[in-house]
Design a protein around this ligand. Structure first.
Ligand SMILES: NC(=O)C1=CN([C@@H]2O[C@H](COP(=O)(O)OP(=O)(O)OC[C@H]3O[C@@H](n4cnc5c(N)ncnc54)[C@H](OP(=O)(O)O)[C@@H]3O)[C@@H](O)[C@H]2O)C=CC1
Ligand SMILES: O=C(O)C1=N[C@H](C(=O)O)C[C@H](O)C1
Length: 267
């Protein structure tokens, strides 16, 4: 039995991950974490997640929760995840991170910290999005520079980071396939007389509203034709099931920072 603890357990994703852990085979829930002072600290996490009492209370004691698990699943925010990665590295435990909004420097730090332990860091844990990422590489390589690339993502009005981690990863994959540097060609803002579109740029557009779980479309726009590669999430459950799949996969792997393409064998 692999012992899984969940950080951000009372959050939108955390609650779904608790449900996915108890539904999965070969794993058991060993702990649930929230930030110090969280109003749900001390409550049974199963009641908070809507799946009935589990006998695991929400804790704010990071070190105790990590000590009791084989792998921590963390869907919170970049700074919290980096702190948790460091704590897992000290205790030689594995970690699966789903948080998004990492700066390039924070991602570098994650690579450094994961030299000690096996860790998965992925902006999207659904099978569908990861298959799209693989397809995007092929499509971009085949189309080359003749098609303009624009990426549009839609999410709920509580999302804190923009563009989504998934949209950024899609942009990175396309840019790399086209021999471009994503950080130089991503265009996040057009307003006023900003001039004609450059050939190299990848437009990144963000929509926020209501309860949209997550939708991503990559447009390849040519002269007289257009390809759209879209993914629409209808529930959060394929993210949470993906995180449990990653947790089962990562325990026992060589130290290093892996992503969901590694977990799903898509590389
Ligand atoms: N990789 C993937 O497949 C997916 C990734 N995500 C990403 O996951 C992250 C979380 O999303 P979501 O669940 O919607 O966000 P929520 O805000 O609903 O959940 C985050 C939870 O983490 C808690 N938290 C904050 N600080 C700490 C801390 N120091 N220790 C423990 N818990 C803490 C929050 O508490 P409080 O509310 O009190 O701050 C909250 O309960 C985002 O970055 C999102 O983009 C989302 C879906 C899929
Ligand atoms: O915050 C969310 O909700 C989501 N975040 C991830 C991202 O930023 O890509 C994945 C998913 O689209 C939901």
């Amino acid at each position: 039995m692999i012992k899984i603890a969940v950080c951000g357990a009372a959050g939108r994703m955390g609650q779904r991950i608790i449900n996915s852990v108890i539904e999965a085979e070969g794993v058991q829930l060993s702990g649930a974490l929230e930030r110090p002072g969280h109003p749900m600290t001390g409550q049974d996490v199963g009641l908070v997640a809507g799946c009935g009492a589990l006998g695991v209370n929400i804790s704010d004691d990071l070190n105790a929760v990590i000590a009791g698990c084989d792998v921590l699943i963390d869907f919170t925010a970049p700074k919290v995840s980096l702190k948790n990665l460091e704590a897992c590295a000290l205790k030689k435990k594995s970690i699966v991170i789903g948080s998004t909004g990492f700066t390039p420097e924070e991602r570098e730090l994650a690579v450094e910290l994961a030299r000690e332990i096996p860790a998965v860091l992925a902006p999207n844990m659904s099978v569908g999005v990861n298959v799209c990422l693989k397809a995007l590489k092929d499509v971009a390589k085949t189309l080359g520079d003749d098609f303009d690339v624009e990426i549009v993502e839609l999410h709920h009005n509580k999302k804190k980071d923009s563009p989504s981690g998934t949209a950024v990863r899609m942009g990175e994959v396309v840019a790399e396939a086209l021999g471009r540097d994503y950080n130089k060609v991503a265009n996040y803002h057009r307003e006023g007389i900003c001039g004609e579109r450059t050939k190299e740029e990848i437009g990144m557009q963000t929509v926020r509203g209501g309860d949209i779980i997550g939708e991503h479309t990559v447009y390849f726009i040519g002269m007289g034709e257009r390809i759209e590669i879209s993914h629409r999430a209808m529930t959060r459950d394929m993210f949470s099931r993906g995180s449990v799949r990653a947790a089962k996969w990562v325990v026992g792997k060589e130290p290093g920072l892996y992503d969901m393409q590694d977990v799903l064998g898509l590389k």
